[in-house]
Design a protein around this ligand. Structure first.
Ligand code: HBI
Ligand code: FE
Length: 280
């Protein structure tokens, strides 16, 4: 996920934000949001962390139609100090991290078309807003996202972005959490995907391994299929604590000496919750 060649489109502010232009959405756009929302909200009951459902509720996200970022940001800001800002698509890494470090979540302002309902390459507003924003209403997760942004800015000085990006991938995008003994979803890439919502929890194919920060930062990931390994945290508190307590500069240096791991690797020290069959 390195985007060195991105150039800032005309009409984009210096921080790459654009107006959401909410009034430009068509009835078809709003209908697409409602259709995706209904399908996912149904799918997630009993599968997602309760904190996500609480976020949907306190942010009033079940209101029909594509959310207006001004209104959504008002509610979110009251809870945790975060805001949602619109961008035209992928933004450069330093810009992305700077927004996170300042408690601004960047979201694409476009929505997929009916022929892309189950798969699209660039994150649209459904992934970005439905997938990511509810947990930003959780105070601990909100702090983790900011800490990640701050760490991201520092990682650029070490040429270690690709390692830190794995942490984002395996937590913010594809993380699982174990609560009262039950596995639950929390990663935005899973919770915004109809297919992966069941695959990640119930399919015998992938491994499910206890989260370890250093281990995760050595692990390649696949962007072309469902994940071969999901990492399971015990709590957002624990994830935040591991991130804040880690001194990343020596960690990056230490990781230089260790080989990267394939996306389906299992190590002797792994806490393996389920060993996958490798056959999705
Ligand atoms: N831009 N719009 C957008 N959304 C992202 O998730 C994103 C990005 N630019 C860079 C980036 N992510 C990566 O740096 C992180 O995934 C690590
Ligand atoms: Fe995402």
């Amino acid at each position: 996920m390195k985007n060195p060649a991105l150039t800032r489109p005309a009409g984009t502010a210096a921080d790459w934000t654009v107006p959401q232009n909410w009034s430009a959405y068509t009835p078809e756009d709003h209908a697409m949001w409602d259709r995706l929302f209904a399908r996912q909200a149904d799918m997630l009951r009993g599968r997602v962390t309760p904190s996500f459902l609480e976020g949907l509720d306190v942010l009033r996200m079940s209101k029909p139609g594509i959310p207006d970022f001004e209104e959504l940001s008002e509610r979110l800001h009251k809870r945790t100090g975060w805001r949602v800002v619109a961008v035209p698509g992928l933004v450069p890494d330093d810009v992305f991290f700077d927004h996170l470090a300042n408690r601004r979540f960047v979201a694409g302002n476009f929505i997929r078309k009916p022929d892309q309902i189950d798969y699209l390459q660039e994150p649209d507003i459904f992934h970005d807003v439905f997938g990511h924003v509810p947990l930003l209403a959780d105070p601990v997760f909100a702090d983790y996202m900011q800490a990640y942004g701050q760490g991201g800015l520092r990682s650029l000085n070490f040429g270690a972005l690709h390692k830190l990006a794995r942490l984002y991938w395996y937590t913010v995008e594809f993380g699982l959490i174990r609560e009262n003994g039950d596995l639950r979803l929390y990663g935005a890439g899973i919770v915004s995907s109809y297919g992966e919502s069941t695959f990640a929890l119930e399919d015998p194919g992938p491994h499910r391994i206890g989260f370890d920060l250093k281990r995760v930062m050595r692990t390649h990931y696949r962007i072309d299929t469902y994940q071969q390994t999901y990492f399971v945290i015990d709590s957002f508190e624990d994830l935040l604590r591991q991130t804040l307590e880690t001194d990343f500069a020596p960690l990056y240096a230490a990781l230089e000496a260790e080989p990267d791991l394939a996306a389906d690797a299992i190590l002797p020290d792994d806490v393996v919750l389920t060993r996958g069959t490798g056959r999705p």
